[in-house]
Design a protein around this ligand. Structure first.
Ligand code: CA
Length: 472
């Protein structure tokens, strides 16, 4: 009898432990500007739901992505490691690539021997779903359902219409909205709202078991599609600036709906919510603003790499905290895995760390003393707050980010020994990485550098925005 009671008690303990695993929701925007949210200081954007999330959670002032463009940034995020380690160094847009690449077209994707967040979370009892933009390969073998996710509603490519296609004439297969595997189903509403509704229905279905939702909005990437109602919220803005504001407003509304549903179901206390964005805003494409950072998407100034970053976990993290040491989206995999009861020692060759002990003060050190970024000859080595940027077309630049987050005061000539030492360390790291599996045509390297120079100083950015307002 005693034995039976013990077994029953054990069973109850195990069950209640299983129920205690936190749910995880990662809200991810695309191509948003560093400044373009209320919680980031914008006086223009209307983002009440994300602002509230910032107040209820932790705001990171130095949240980074592993690359300044969509595809590689997602590859680092989803594997918890530098994507250069497995050759995912370049964006994977077929018509930009050199024909001599090892892989091209639909074969450019996250190598199938790489484990994803969803693969790992599955081993500790999570159900996972991804809604929105995948952009980790078009071929069937790269499909989310083959990479650990249980559900998918979205598109495999990098950008598509926010409104439903009435037919698929001329629409590439990676732009079609797909429910799970090859069930093509266009949304009945604006895509941003549709993805949130999918997430809500997944939450309802899985409210009694631990779940992970990767809600990868394509907002606010081009095309600049906004609804009339959302545009009407910004009568004082013009052209693309009005469009990006309306698209951001829709993004915030969609996030709010998901957060409200958690509250309604009583799940919000035991759910980790992270909000971030995949790369710096491409000001020239969608009129996003990264100030006070300089630079944009696709270059290695802070404006390309540093992103809005929030995390709420009522059970473990104090509301309203601001965390100032650098963290990275590659930290999310080990952070989520550890939160779900996994042992980070089981994760293979990852570069990310579980950030919770750092954020809640148990560990006072930096999560990362060193951080790296690389795209061909262009690369960055950050050691503590020193940042070295190496270029193909000009001497390397050195910045002290504690004093100069806008990267206007190049200290390379004043610190030659530091430059030399950092150059060597950067090279040593590069030697541990893989060659790119596909490569951009050289002319696109020039495009990235020209784009950086165009938004090199706050004055240049402001001048262009003024010109832009006048012309529209
Ligand atoms: Ca992007």
């Amino acid at each position: 009898m005693k034995k039976i009671i013990t077994i029953i008690c054990l069973a109850i303990t195990v069950t209640s432990c299983a129920q205690k695993k936190p749910n995880i929701i990662f809200l991810f925007s695309d191509d948003a500007g560093y400044q373009d949210f209320g919680f980031q200081g914008s006086k223009v954007m209307i983002t009440p739901n994300l602002d509230k999330l910032a107040k209820e959670g932790v705001k990171f002032t130095q949240g980074y992505v592993t690359d300044a463009t969509c595809g590689p940034s997602r590859a680092g995020l989803i594997t918890g490691k530098y994507q250069q380690k497995f050759g995912y160094q370049e964006i994977n847009v077929p018509n930009y690539m050199s024909p001599n690449s090892k892989f091209l077209g639909d074969d450019m994707g996250l190598p199938v021997d790489q484990k994803t967040i969803a693969d790992y979370l599955k081993t500790i009892g999570y159900k996972s779903a991804v809604y929105g933009k995948w952009h980790l390969g078009n071929a069937d073998r790269f499909h989310p359902l083959k990479r650990g996710f249980d559900e998918f509603y979205g598109f495999r490519g990098g950008a598509r219409s926010y409104f439903p296609y009435s037919n698929f004439n001329g629409v590439h297969h990676d732009n079609k909205m797909e429910r799970n595997f090859e069930i093509f189903e266009e949304p009945k509403k604006y895509a941003t709202d549709a993805f949130a509704d999918e997430a809500i229905s997944f939450i309802e279905k899985n409210k009694n078991n631990p779940f992970f939702i990767y809600l990868a909005f394509n907002a606010v990437h081009t095309p600049m599609h906004a609804t009339k109602e959302d545009l009407a919220k910004f009568p004082n803005l013009k052209g693309k600036r009005q469009q990006v504001a309306a698209m951001t407003f829709a993004l915030d509304r969609a996030c709010g709906k998901v957060l409200d549903k958690l509250k309604e179901l009583g799940l919000d206390e035991n759910t980790i919510i992270v909000f971030s964005n995949d790369n710096g805003g491409p000001t020239d494409k969608n009129a996003s603003l990264n100030l006070p950072l300089s630079g944009t998407k696709s270059n290695h100034l802070e404006g390309g790499l540093r992103v809005p970053f929030l995390m709420k976990w009522p059970k473990k993290l104090k509301a309203g905290k601001v965390y100032d040491y650098p963290v990275s989206t590659m930290d999310l995999l080990p952070t989520f895995f550890a939160a779900g009861g996994g042992d980070v020692k089981d994760l293979e060759e990852i570069d990310g760390v579980n950030i919770v002990p750092f954020v809640n003060g148990a560990n006072k050190a930096r999560p990362h003393k060193e951080l790296y970024w690389k795209k061909e000859a262009r690369a960055v080595y950050r050691e503590n707050d020193w940042k070295l940027i190496r270029f193909a077309d000009r001497p390397a630049e050195l910045y002290d980010l504690t004093k100069d987050i806008t990267e206007q005061n190049n200290l390379a000539s004043q610190e030659p020994e530091r430059v030399k030492m950092m150059f060597k360390k950067l090279f040593a790291w590069e030697l541990t990485q893989e060659r790119p599996l596909w490569m951009l045509q050289q002319r696109f390297e020039k495009y990235d550098i020209d784009r950086m120079d165009r938004y090199r100083t706050p004055e240049l950015v402001k001048k262009e925005m003024e010109q832009y307002d006048k012309s529209k």
